[in-house]
Design a protein around this ligand. Sequence first.
Ligand SMILES: *[C@@H]1O[C@H](CO)[C@@H](O)[C@H](O)[C@H]1NC(C)=O
Length: 312
Amino acid sequence: MSVFCLALLCIGLSGSSAFAIPRINTDKRNDRPIIGVLAQEVYNPPPKQNSYIAASYVKFLEAAGARVVPVLINQNEEEYKQLFKSINGILLPGGGVDLVSSGYAKAAGIFYRLAIEATSQGDYFPVWGTCLGFEQLLVLTCGENLLSRTNTSGVSLPLQFTKDAMESRLFKDFPPALMTALATEDITENSHTWSISVEAFMKNEELKKFYKILSTNTDGNTEFVSTMEAYSYPVYATQWHPEKNAFEWSKPYYPHTPSAIETTFHMAHFIVNEAKKSFHSFGSKDEEQKHLIYNYNPVFTGATFQQMYFFE
Ligand SMILES: *[C@@H]1O[C@H](CO)[C@@H](O)[C@H](O)[C@H]1NC(C)=O
């Protein structure tokens, strides 16, 4: 679930679609990608548990051959800039914090702007948003919160692909059988109470020129955007949860069928391959070791998330 907020942050990204995705030299690939996963505030935190990352996002990336660094909230801009130069992409997870005032929103904004600036100068840096991360990216791109209420807080659906999906960077290499499964089986899990309606999206020039809609869904009343990718930047987002299929078990509507599990891995494989196009790195092995998520132990909570990483 995400929080709808009225205070709006205005981020002017002028000429955002003027750049083409830089041509990537395919002879060069970073097969040791490290991806940042953004933490977020714990609601009513017990001592030393001020922020968290659900472990499913970490497993999701690790299963496809990446290592993970937690991106903690409430760090200063210099620290985020240093970390940006050290990692190969960032994942903005789902959750339930404010899209403007939270530490999550502030850190997401800094990484988003750094990613756009870097990529437009040929320094490829992918950004992935899931659920709350999807909503956060919308706010960052257009500077407004255009979400509206939908009845989508615990339902698995098939994707309604747009005609752009087949040629999209995200889906074009998916096995045809998996595309059929995605279009016909209830294997994309929705846990959100807010959505961007296709109508609101199409009325907003910033969103329309920045993102290509790859799939939509409906709650019976409102058709909303469920998957999108930026035209000219490696920015991708799903309103649904690809990581839950393989790694979360607490709800009966989390799908675990063979094609649901395959979905998790194909999405992760795509994201990690995007990160392999980034050549940022830590200054030293020591620096790298110090930041990796292996320095933290996930806690078995068995509730909304099976396991969570907590940070002070
Ligand atoms: C919301 O959707 C569920 C199915 O996912 C349905 O059973 C329920 O009646 C809907 N509620 C409203 C208020 O439309």
